[in-house]
Every structure is written in C-alpha cells, then in structure tokens.
Design a protein around this ligand. Structure first.
Ligand code: ZN
Ligand code: ZN
Length: 113
C-alpha cells in the first residue's frame, strides 16, 4: 500500500508514476514535480540455502555392506552381510536383512530389537 504523498512544492496529491528508467516515482499532477517513492525497497533475496544432506538409499548388491555375526539358517556360517530396509508403513520398524557370506542365503529379521 502506498501512503498518500503530497507535493512539497504545491501541496497537490502525488500519483504513482515511473521515470525514464522505469523506477517507481511519485509525480505531482499539478506541477509535475517528482519524487522517489519511499518504502519500495526491494526485498533482498540473499538468503543462502544450505543444501540438504541427501540420504541416498542404494539398494545395490555391489555396495560394500557391513558384516555382522549372524548364523546362517542354511549352512550354519556365522558371518553375514547386514543391511536394513525401511518399510513404507511408518508404524513398522526397519526390516533387517542378512546375507550369508558363504552361501549367499538371504533372510530377514523383522524389528524387535
Ligand atoms: Zn506539485
Ligand atoms: Zn550360508
């Protein structure tokens, strides 16, 4: 909202206009006196946005997975790769997966830590 300004030369009401450069000014309807429009400060957009740390979930066998001590139900090996997959339903915890380092048997373990 532009406050009403009165010409400081003749006292008439000034109307919004623009100068040769396209800047907003106030112009007197009576004498043509112009003045810069106050309160038209540009909102600075210098807010730096820090990029969010992207959490990339890679479901790829080529990824190095941590090995944990787990007994393979297939061959009895006591070491397995371990990873978790968050299920879509929020009320469920992450599903834990194990893959035997020996026979590649994969099994799941549902929450319940
Ligand atoms: Zn005037
Ligand atoms: Zn196994």
């Amino acid at each position: 909202m532009t406050p009403v300004q009165f010409c400081d030369k003749c006292g008439s009401m000034m109307v919004p206009s623009s100068d040769a450069e396209g800047k907003k000014i106030l112009k007197c309807r009576s004498c043509g006196h112009t003045m810069k429009l106050k309160g038209e400060m540009k909102v600075s957009e210098n807010i730096r946005r820090t990029p969010h740390d992207k959490i990339v979930v890679v479901d790829d066998d080529s990824m190095p997975m941590p090995k944990v001590a787990a007994t393979c139900p297939n061959c009895g090996n006591d070491e397995a790769y371990y990873w978790t997959v968050q299920t879509r339903r929020g009320d469920e915890g992450a599903t834990e997966f194990y893959r035997c380092t020996k026979c590649k048997q994969t099994w799941r373990y549902y929450g319940g830590r």
